[in-house]
Design a protein around this ligand. Structure first.
Ligand code: NAP
Length: 264
């Protein structure tokens, strides 16, 4: 069960998501799931999408305990034709999407010189190509509507080099470039596009992939000296999604315990 203790604005406040509909792709676990619960907590009607049917079903049931209108969709966002199908299904069920979070992602840690073309393609398709088509296909709908807020999930590896994460870092640098470009392209048409760069959170993605030494290094490099808690990330997403961020677009919000601020 995801705990989202964060801010609880009163309906009508600038941070309220009351009356908004939000879709979180990659919302069946980890960061995306915490954001989905946080949005729901703050008044939004929420839908999630991811690949594994059992995980989607279970995560949707948990959201429906709070709001029976919550929806879950099985989709491989690396396949643009499946994203087109998702757009059709979500709009048929929910009528409109005000907020999109493109949170899907994966990582492979290994020496750069050992990556195979298949591994490169899988990572880039999951982390960048799928984010491009998710944002642009739902972006079309938001542009037609003249409003919307899109949030992408970057990484510390979007800002600096990370040994053993060459393709991941390339994909996340790409996510930031995409976010800024869509923001500039759509700014005068009512659609805002921003990114969050999380520090280290021990989700499925990190828990299994980072060995003990890498986790120790991560803690040494993080001035707060600890990993983040998922509910410490949720407020950033609520802010970017809400009317309170009405003049914020193309920004990258770091939630990283001071990692990127620190020189040593
Ligand atoms: N955890 C961290 O410390 C951290 C730090 C920086 C950035 N991030 C980024 O945050 C995002 C979420 O990561 P997480 O840590 O929360 O990992 P996670 O728990 O593994 O969540 C990843 C989510 O994406 C979904 N997903 C993966 N590939 C997909 C695809 N092709 N189509 C649709 N859904 C897909 C997964 O479900 P299925 O596998 O069932 O599809 C799952 O719901 C990623 O973009 C990651 O790079 C995480």
């Amino acid at each position: 069960m995801v705990e989202t203790k964060g801010i609880r604005p009163t309906p009508g406040s600038q941070l309220s998501l009351q009356g908004k509909t939000a879709l979180v792709v990659g919302g069946s676990s980890g960061i995306g799931n915490a954001i989905a619960h946080g949005f729901q907590h703050n008044g939004a009607r929420v839908a999630i999408a991811a690949r594994t049917p059992a995980k989607v079903r279970e995560a949707t049931q948990r959201l429906q305990e709070t709001d029976p209108a919550a929806r879950g969709y099985v989709v491989d966002a690396a396949r643009p034709e499946e994203i087109d199908g998702l757009v059709t299904s979500v709009l048929a069920d929910l009528g409109h999407v005000d907020i999109l979070v493109a949170c899907q992602g994966m990582t492979i840690l290994k020496p750069a010189e050992e990556f195979t073309p298949a591994e490169y393609d899988e990572l880039m398709q999951t982390n960048l190509r799928s984010v491009f088509f998710t944002c642009t296909r739902f972006g079309r709908h938001m542009l037609e509507h003249g409003s919307g807020s899109i949030i992408t999930i970057a990484s510390l590896a979007a800002h600096c080099g990370w040994p053993l994460a060459s393709v991941y870092a390339a994909s996340k640098h790409g996510v930031v470039g995409l976010t800024k470009t869509l923001a500039a392209e759509w700014a005068d048409r009512g659609v805002r596009v921003n990114a969050i760069s999380p520090g280290f959170f021990m989700t499925e993605l990190n828990q299994s992939k980072m060995d003990t030494k890498r986790k120790e290094n991560a803690l040494l490099r993080t001035p707060m000296g600890r990993f983040g808690q998922l509910d410490e990330l949720v407020g950033a997403a609520i802010y970017l999604a809400s009317p309170a961020a009405g003049f914020a677009t193309g920004t990258v919000l770091n939630v990283d315990g001071g990692y990127l601020a620190s020189g040593i």
